[in-house]
Design a protein. Sequence first.
Length: 397
Amino acid sequence: MGPLSGLKVVELGQLIAGPFAGKTLADFGAEVIKVEPPATGEGQGGDPLRQWRLLHNGTSVWWQVQSRNKQSVVLDLRSEEGRADVRALAAECDVLIENFKPGTMEKWGLGFDQLSRINPGLIMLRISGYGQTGPYRDLPGFAVVAEAMGGMRHLMGEPGRVPVRAGVSLGDTLAALHGVIGVLLALQARSQSVSLDAPKGRGQVVDVALYEAVFNCMESLLPEFSAFGAVREPAGSALPGIAPSNAYRCADGQVVIGGNGDSIYKRLMHAIGRPELAEDPGLTNNAGRAARVDEIDAAITAWTVQRSVEEVVATLQAVSVPVGRIYTVRDIAADPHYRARQMIQTITTADGLQLDVPGIIPKLSATPGSIRSLAPSLGEHTEAVLALQRTPRPVLD
């Protein structure tokens, strides 16, 4: 059932970051109980993601990915009864995931200090815009703001133009993945702290801020500024200081080429009929090529614009130069490598829709993840899950 079989997770988060972390744990065998709000007079209940983007029979097809392998329990956390049910779940779970505004869980009597008295082994993953501490703690934070504050958005786009976004919520996904890493680290630490007083070991808080998850992926941005005062600026499809690595126009489309390795660069230049650039002593290393990147990019473009994408890709692949077409989702769905790697899997939803969904990553050779159950309907497991909880419910002092 996966390497996390036997791990019990309660997911209180909504939309993207918290639920993506829950999905990842569930894909590898964890039992994930997703707590969703009930319907109100203001609208439909449940995670708002159920209604995001394109819908089939009233439910987002995205929901089928984000909530697979989970159980749905409807609880009103604004009521004492609902909070008592959460305490009962927290008393028996290993991990609790939440991505509310900092302070919300404490206001409800569900903060870590309160829940860890019930369950000393509890690990709480807390994902928020700015983290649980610091002067910005209480500000609302979405992925779009985190990507800007983390330094990513400034680098995206063409020089002198308004920055663009990637088209997906990178800040949320990066935070979720950092959260999963944190949970796994905390589980390892818990296993090392088992004692007579803590038979399961001691839990802890995993505090993930969206902007920090983005910032953690900014490579050399800060040390270059610290050492040289260099402020990296947007560079379109190029990778500043690393050459050649760019997108190039072809007769019928575009390709990306990564020719920045020393030996790769030589093979690339010979392949495009520019041996003098291949053997130029000033271009044998990246520093020299970065200084003359415009000249190199112009030579590559002069070759690619006269050829089709198919010819460019075939020619460069034949000499082991990293090259690729720029895929749309139509290209992804038709690509045999995606299928061979099981990165596209087909499910049939409860209402009969045959749906392609992303497969599971990372690939584990001995204990791989799997899609064990479809995304649940709202409250599908409420009665079954709550019936298993201990009575009386844990009560805080």
